[in-house]
Design a protein around this ligand. Structure first.
Ligand code: CA2
Length: 162
């Protein structure tokens, strides 16, 4: 089982309360619950976190190193501004998928620039809560193709298969 960090950035704690025409009617708690359920179907244990603070997001990315196999991140407005988040993702070296509820390419031009994208496997944007589902699927495909860590209990493998 892979553990995946699902990280949401500033203002996404307000989901469901305002601007439903842009971001949908679901609350963040509802989206996180769906993500845990979609993750379970994909063999992923999804660890959901949200912060409105850039430095805290950086620390959550650092904490994922050695504990998680990958990251799905909606960095909110920090997507378009934060070199610190780009550096943190690069520093931990975890496979990362960028996600957005809205289609950032169909909105203001400043939303077309993403710093996160430079360190991400790819980005999914514009499918509402399903963007997270698609991001988890993309990460699961990547993790199964690249093999890597945290497989089952030690009793399921041969000695030294690690
Ligand atoms: O579409 C996305 O997921 C965004 O990451 C959302 C960010 C925006 O800055 C990005 O350009 C695209 C904004 C999140 C704000 O969330 C709100 C939720 C409810 C009410 C107001 C804002």
């Amino acid at each position: 089982m892979h553990t995946v960090l699902l990280l949401n950035g500033p203002n996404l704690n307000l989901l469901g309360s305002r601007e439903p025409e842009i971001y949908g009617a679901a609350t963040l708690a509802e989206i996180e619950e769906k993500c845990r359920s979609w993750g379970a179907e994909l063999g992923l244990d999804v660890d959901c976190r949200q912060s409105n603070h850039e430095g805290e997001l950086v620390e959550l990315i650092h904490d994922a190193a050695g504990r998680c196999s990958g990251v799905v991140i909606n960095a909110g407005a920090f997507t378009h501004t934060s070199v610190a988040l780009l550096d943190a993702i690069r520093a931990v070296g975890l496979p990362t998928v960028e996600v957005h509820l809205s289609n950032v390419h169909a909105r203001e031009s400043f939303r077309r620039r993403s710093y996160i994208a430079q360190a991400a496997l790819g980005a999914i944007s514009g499918f509402g809560a399903d963007s997270y589902r698609l991001a988890l699927q993309a990460l699961a495909l990547h993790l199964s193709a690249t093999g890597s860590p945290t497989t089952g209990s030690p009793t399921t493998g041969s000695p030294g298969s690690g």
